[in-house]
Design a protein around this ligand. Sequence first.
Ligand SMILES: [Zn+2]
Ligand SMILES: [Zn+2]
Length: 264
Amino acid sequence: MRIHALRTGSVRLKHAFLYPHRGVRRQLDLFLPGPWSDPMPIHCWAVEHERRLLLIDTGESVAARNVPFARFEVEPEQELPGALAAAGLSLEDVSEVVLTHHHGDHVDGLTHVRAPARISEAELRFIAMRFPRFMRRVLRQPLPAAFAPQPLSLDGPPFGAFARSAPLSEDRRVVAVPTSGHTPGHISVICVDDEGRHVMLAGDATDSLEQLHARRADAIAPDPGVYVQTLETILAHCAQHPTVYLPSHDPESAQRLAASVTVG
Ligand SMILES: [Zn+2]
Ligand SMILES: [Zn+2]
């Protein structure tokens, strides 16, 4: 098995997003002036296994529009085709795409992909609801025209600390697990590498390893309680299995993957 970190540009996030206050200011501060983070990577991942190439997320595109709490920096050559080429891969190699959640910095690259895509059933249900549809209009964040994923149901057996799962490979070494919080249908993908380590492609379950240890919900989670419960489950999983934890926007994710650094 080979896992590649692909990078499709950068995003800066407002501190109010990464370190929110509790209570009413948690979401209000997102729309007020405040300090910003340094540029953080927009990663997606390519997993070579069983003679297939599985993409986890597809990254951002130059069409990205800023929102009051996120500023995107993507050059044309940083989009998915260029990011794959930098890893010695090409679009024609892609067998399937699995999306962690529906946000643009994870799905806008679908524009380039002809392979089939899947996203969790719960995320598809959430996307169709009135409030998220309203917010996509207000924030000018339309789903890309190429967005037509099939539903992935996580009705398989428990996997480590996770109550449910969905196998993504024949040998079940690549598995989707529910990580609801950032969005209601958010999933992560765990790959059991050749040494038996669990490499967790965590999407936006958190934005950093520090946030996982701090058990801190982000500012846009519909229910911070659900978010923190998921972080407890991830930490429990990391205690059961040596786990390399890789959020999409953690500046240290690519290095942790390269050096197989597990959560201590
Ligand atoms: Zn997101
Ligand atoms: Zn993201």
